[in-house]
Ligand binder design. Structure first.
Ligand code: NDP
Ligand code: 13P
Length: 320
């Protein structure tokens, strides 16, 4: 089985490096000059510096390469995935497509798997998610992720093909749970970053992580997910990583909000659009998601950090 990774950002590059350590792999990059530069210099200096590309990894911008691969990892940002699939519909229609992004589509409220199924209905859809920083994967540090796929037979094939000596994949057929966990942990990480940036303390962060987890569960269960998925790598695992590390871009955006600093808008921060999409969906579904709503209000400058903390603390007292 041959694998190509489409999207040469930090995560796509890291996954391609990891796969190429066990078998020849292909990394597709949309920018011809960038692909040529990576192929020659054996490094993605723009998106993942200091991570040498193995000789077994080919970097190309030629879309003809899609045809030669059975399994395609899609490592483009969530808000770009639908247009990417539409643009390359003919070449991707019958492939096994593994979404590697985390988020909720702003216009539709759908997660990556639902977008895959809408935009490429004949393809087999899967999701790779869970706690991992691209730099850690590229260095070959130990990592465990969730591979979500239904049917499970295809999931087993993907699990064995994509696992490596250092990257251990667990399997689930609960695609809804896996995509909601991966999407919402970014929103909670923005909130946690804001709390730390505003020097509100580690206890406040722990409270936000716990009550944020309750929001993740509330939405996921309402959409038919299994609770154990949220307790796994794609939910609890990734929440812990992202809310606790300055390596996370979502956490760093939160830090900037908390410190009143400007954040570079060119950096991929999936939690921002996801917060807005989720706050809207929660309202339609009649679900209480106060932290998600607060993050949206902070991002849209409708609240200060002080008012946000005050509002959350003054909510009516309730059972846990
Ligand atoms: N970085 C990480 O540690 C991890 C990231 N993820 C997830 O992976 C996804 C991608 O993130 P990441 O790689 O970090 O982001 P980056 O910002 O590093 O890279 C995004 C990549 O997507 C490419 N891209 C954007 N739009 C398109 C498009 N329309 N067609 C083709 N390519 C496109 C960009 O190309 P160009 O360079 O030309 O702009 C760039 O190579 C996100 O959903 C993220 O949550 C998951 C786990 C870990
Ligand atoms: O998803 C990630 C870790 O699992 C990466 O987090 P950021 O997108 O916040 O950098």
């Amino acid at each position: 089985m041959s694998v190509a990774v489409l999207g040469a950002g930090a995560f796509g590059t890291a996954l391609a490096i990891s796969l190429a350590r066990k078998a020849p792999a292909t990394l597709w990059c949309r920018d011809e000059a960038h692909a040529a530069e990576m192929q020659a210099s054996r490094e993605n200096t723009r998106r993942l510096p200091d991570a040498p590309l193995p000789v077994s990894l080919t970097v190309t911008s030629d879309t003809d390469c899609f045809e030669a691969h059975d399994v395609i990892l899609l490592a483009v940002p969530m808000q770009k995935m639908r247009s990417f699939l539409v643009q390359h519909r003919a070449a991707l229609a019958t492939k096994t497509l593994v979404a590697c992004c985390k988020g909720i589509e702003l216009d539709t409220g759908l997660g990556p798997v639902s977008v895959l199924r809408e935009a490429a209905p004949e393809a087999t859809a899967a999701l790779l998610t869970g706690p991992s920083f691209a730099a850690d994967i590229a260095k070959g540090l130990p990592t465990a992720l969730t591979l979500a796929c239904d049917p499970d037979e295809t999931g087993k094939m993907l699990q064995s093909s994509l696992s490596t000596d250092n990257l251990r994949l667990y399997r689930t057929t609960d695609l809804v749970g896996a995509e909601i966990g991966g999407a919402l942990k970014n929103v909670i990480a923005i909130a946690c970053g804001a709390v730390i940036g505003a020097q509100l303390g580690d206890s406040a962060r722990a409270a936000l992580m716990t009550r944020g987890y309750a929001e993740m569960q509330r939405l996921a269960l309402a959409r038919g997910a299994r609770p154990e998925t949220l307790a796994g790598l794609s939910g609890f695992g990734d929440l812990t990583l992202t809310c606790g590390s300055e390596q996370s871009r979502n956490f760093r955006l939160g830090l900037s909000l908390g410190r009143g600093e400007v954040f570079d808008p060119s950096i991929t921060v999936e939690g921002a659009a996801t917060a807005r999409a989720t706050a809207k969906a929660a309202q339609v579904m009649g679900l209480e998601m106060p932290i998600t709503q607060t993050v949206t209000n902070l991002l849209d400058q409708r609240l200060t950090i002080a008012d946000a903390a005050d509002q959350l603390l003054k909510r009516p007292l309730k059972e846990e």
